[in-house]
Ligand binder design. Sequence first.
Ligand code: FAD
Ligand code: AMP
Length: 481
Amino acid sequence: MAKQFDVVVIGSGPAGYHAAIRCAQLGFNTACVEKWLNKEDKTVYGGTCLNVGCIPSKALLDSSHKYLEAQKHFADHGIKTGKVELDVPTMIARKEKVVGQLTQGVAGLFKSNKVEGIAGTGKVIAKNKVEVTGHDGKTEELEAKNIIIAAGSVPIDIPPAPVDQDTIVDSTGALEFSEVPKKLGIIGAGVIGLELGSVWARLGSEVTILEALDDFLPAVDRHTAKEALKIFSKQGLDIKLGSKVTGSKVGKGAKKGVTVEYTDKDGEQKAQFDKLIVCVGRKPATANVIDDSVGLELDQRGFVKVDDNCKTNIDGIYAIGDAVRGPMLAHKGMEEGVMVAERLVDKKVQVNYDLVPSVIYTHPEVAWIGKNEDQLKEEGVEYNAGQFPFVVSGRALAAADTDGFVKLLADAKTDRVLGCQIIGPSAADLLQIVAVAMEFSTSAEDLALTMFAHPSLSEAVHEASLALHGHAIHIANRKRR
Ligand code: FAD
Ligand code: AMP
C-alpha cells in the first residue's frame, strides 16, 4: 500500500524546504523527496542554494575578500603582516564545512518539524501519486492530497564549450578548483560569472569574461551598469562585451588548457586559458519529474506553467522556485513555498513579484529593486531621483570602502518610492531598507523623516531620500525638477 501524506514536496532546495516546513507547521503530514547525494553518498537537503549555489559562492567570496584585504589593504590601516600566503585546499574545506553545517541544519529542521525526508528521485505519476526511485533502484509510491514540485534548476550547457568538469567547468566545478588558475576564462557576465570571476581574480587569476551581449548588466539602468563596469574593470576583471563564444578546444599533455574561439566586432578571435567557466544561465530541472500521462503543462523552455499563486493546470499540484517563471533566486522560491503552504489553509498570502530584490555579491555589491531609471523613462513615468555617493559617507570612509552610490527613485506626483539601485558596501542589506519601505508603499519623504543611526552605511539611503527633494546635507543638491 502506498504511503499516505497530505503534502509531498519534490526537491528540498530553498523553495522546497520552505514549503515542506511551513506545511508541517500548519499541521499537514508532509514528506519531502530529495535525490541529492554529497561526496560521501549521503542524502543532503538544501538543493543548489546550500550545496553549490548561494552559500558556497558566498563562502569563497568572503574568504577571497579577506585574502585581498590582508594582502593589499591592511597596510593602509597600519597593520603590518608577514607574507600573506594562500592555502586554497583549506579555503575550499572551510566552504565545505559551512555547506555541511547548513545542510545538516535543514535535516534538523525537517526532524523538529516532523517533515519526513525521503531519499530518492521523485516523479509525479498521477494527480495524487509520486513514485520514488531510491538510490538502490527500488521504487515506492507515495499518495498525496497535494504535490509541490520544487525540482529547481541546473546549469545550461552550450555546444561550443562542453563542460568536462576539469578544464571546462560549470559554476559547480568553479567552486572546487584545487589551485588558482593562472589564466581563467569565463563565458557569461551575468551574476554568477561576475561573482565567480571576482573570487578567482582576488586569489590571483588573470580573469577574462566573454559576454555575447553588447550591454553590461541589462537588468540595471545604464548609469548603474556603467559604474559597475568601471569598478569591476579597475579590480582587474577583463570584461569583453559583444564577444560570443563559438568554439573551444581542450589541450592535452604539455598543451593543457583550453583555446576558446569567439567573435567580436572585429571578427574571429582566439584566447587561451588554463580553465574555463561556463556561466551562461540555468534551466529548469523538470525533465523526468512529471509523467506525460499526468497532463501537466510546461512551457517551451521546460518551466512548469503556474498562475500567480503557483497553481498548475492540475488541481492539487503546485510548482515553485527555479522550476517556474520569474527570477531564479533563492528568496523568490522561499516566498513561493510559504505562499503555497499558507494557501492550502486558505490564508490569502501573495508573493509580491514587483518587489524581488536582486544582488550581485561582488565587492562592492550591486543591488536593485523595483523600477530603474531607464524603465521609468520608457514607461513615461514622471519621477524624481536622489543619489548619494559612498565617498562622502563617514562610515564608508572610516572603513575605506567608498566605491559606489545609492540611487533612489520616487514618483514625481505621489512621492511613492518606485525603485532603488545601490552599488556599495553591504548594498544587499541596505537595499532591504528600501524593500521594506516599498512593501509598505512608503514615500521618499517618509524615508527622509526617518532617523538613521550615525555613523552607518544606511545613512547613504537616508541622504539619497533627502537628495531626491534637494535637501541632502552632505552633498551639493541638484534639483531635478
Ligand atoms: P534548487 O535549489 O535547485 O533545489 C532543487 C532540489 O530538487 C535539488 O536538491 C534537487 O536535487 C532536487 N530534485 C530535483 N528533481 C528531483 C526529483 N525528481 N526527485 C527528488 N529531488 C529532486 N540565488 C540567490 O537568491 N542568491 C544568491 O546569492 C545566489 N547565488 C548563486 C550562486 C550560484 C553559483 C548558483 C549556481 C546559484 C545561485 N543562486 C542564488 C540561485 C539559487 O541557488 C537558486 O535560485 C535556488 O537554489 C533555487 O531554489 P529551488 O528550491 O527552486 O531549487
Ligand atoms: P545569466 O543568465 O545572468 O546567468 O547570464 C548569462 C550570460 O551568458 C548572458 O548575459 C548571456 O548573454 C551570456 N552568454 C550566453 N551564451 C554565450 C556565448 N556563447 N558567449 C558569450 N556569452 C554568452
